[in-house]
Design a protein around this ligand. Structure first.
Ligand code: 5GP
Length: 170
């Protein structure tokens, strides 16, 4: 298995800081509940929240759809439920990557059932040629082509999450 450099660690950090600034502007004087989607978004979320200057609560949800494969099974399982109160709160879902969009659609619907004030999405990566979503993603790190990537939290069979940059897997 060969990894090819795709987005450098410094480019990732620069972009995460930019997204942080934008979120600070949008949520000035508002409360914010950040929902980190495990496992893939843990690194992005942890770096992103360090840039936030608004009052922020963090919770985690764990879903599965990919199951050690490079193509989606299409079925979503909740492996860890939310534990926070999101009724009348501003929710920011933090994802690693939006591919088909199935997972993010599922999550948004799940969050909306709890009547939050607002729901926004931050995703580090978006495969815009692939995703089939009928809404705008609020904060996108990088729009990427339809290739399988690893690193900076993203795995292949649970490996490569620790890499600081993002790599294409051949
Ligand atoms: P979707 O439901 O949008 O098709 O897929 C979302 C999930 O699939 C992501 O949260 C991520 O776990 C996984 N995924 C999609 N594309 C990739 C990729 O290129 N690399 C890795 N490592 N995971 C991916």
């Amino acid at each position: 298995m060969k990894l090819t450099r795709f987005i450098s660690a410094s480019a990732v950090q620069k972009r995460v800081a930019e997204l942080g600034l934008k979120i600070n502007r949008d949520f000035k004087n508002k409360n914010l509940v950040v929902i980190c989607v495990l496992n893939g978004a843990f690194m992005f979320c942890s770096d992103l929240i360090k840039h936030l200057k608004v009052d922020v609560e963090i919770d985690f949800i764990k879903l599965s759809s990919y199951r050690n494969a490079k193509t989606s099974s299409g079925k979503i399982n909740v492996l860890k439920k939310l534990n926070c109160e999101i009724y009348r709160k501003n929710v920011l879902i933090v994802e690693d990557i939006v591919d088909t969009g199935l997972t993010i659609k599922y999550l948004i619907n799940l969050v909306k059932k709890h009547s939050p004030s607002s729901v926004k999405v931050a995703t580090l990566l978006h495969k815009s040629d692939v995703s089939n979503i009928d809404f705008k993603l609020d904060y996108v790190g990088f729009d990427i082509e339809n290739k399988f990537v690893v690193g900076y939290g993203l795995d292949y069979a649970q490996k490569f999450r620790n890499l600081k940059g993002i790599y294409l897997m051949n």
